[in-house]
Write a protein that binds this ligand. Sequence first.
Ligand SMILES: Cc1ncc(C[n+]2csc(CCOP(=O)(O)OP(=O)(O)O)c2C)c(N)n1
Ligand code: SF4
Ligand SMILES: [Mg+2]
Length: 311
Amino acid sequence: MTTIKEVLEDACDEYFLPGNSCCAGCGLEIALRWAMKALGPKTSLVAPASCLNVVVGLWPKTAPNFPFLNMAFAAGAAAATGLDAAFKAKAERFPDGPWKDMTAMTFAGDGGTTDIGIQGLSGAAERNTDMIYVCYDNEAYMNTGIQRSSSTPHGAKTTTTPFGKQQFKKDVPRIMEAHDIPYVATCSVSEPLDLYDKFKKAKEIKGCRYIHILAPCPPGWGYSAEDTIEIAKLAVKSGFWVLYEVENGVKTLSKPSRRLLDPDKRVPLIEYISQQKRFSGISEKTLMELQDQIDKQWKRLEAELKCQEQI
Ligand SMILES: Cc1ncc(C[n+]2csc(CCOP(=O)(O)OP(=O)(O)O)c2C)c(N)n1
Ligand code: SF4
Ligand SMILES: [Mg+2]
């Protein structure tokens, strides 16, 4: 894994600039800052309707120091498809122009990915469009006042699930895996070096790449801004959020999650849940259902990894 010293030497430039209007402790900001450090300025970003459109601010004081395109809510993947086609056509026509080796990337929220954007995303994946699609997952529609999305976890309160969400979180990385695209990865903002390495790797791969980042949101989840990293760490350590990569169909657990195949190594889920107001008053029954779902996800992972070894 890249070390922090190497990042400071090789990627000290900042592309998502400070002074933006993210809330203090915003997971999205950390995710984008580190992703851009890995990708560099020859990246053109598509942002469907989300907090990201707003936090970048107004020209001439905008935070992104790279090409940035605000897009309609459902059109994230379609817009990156168009950008990629345009870059390739321009690069062929003007070989000395700036379009060669541009990366088209969508950076969408969970609402823009797991709900309204999934049709366009699935289409782009089926075509193996040469782009990176990122979902920063704060587990609700934060920009419009904390409404539930299909990525909101079971038991979490939002303004549209005031007694806790009944359904379970949709597993979109697994859906993307089923598209047989060259690269799928999950990340957490609490593991920035892991995130950095995954984006570096994704940059070198051709075809459709999908990266799903857990990006906690202090006002939406109900915790203090200074606790973002701790909360994101607990999501990983409790086994709630698994870090892995799938490269050409081969799945590997990433280092922070590897030892958690042993259930005794996972910290109790309640340590993660109890720090967030959105889970306040959660019943024993709901907590057990959530735990069951997490255990099931690990059992399935274990079976998949064993099956791979046998092939
Ligand atoms: C078609 C359409 N419906 C609704 C909206 C209003 N809207 C803007 S941002 C947003 C929430 C986006 O949620 P998510 O993708 O999770 O990003 P986040 O706000 O959490 O960063 C909504 C509903 C819109 N812009 N377009
Ligand atoms: S509401 Fe949440 S995701 Fe949006 S800017 Fe604030 S912390 Fe970030
Ligand atoms: Mg969201």
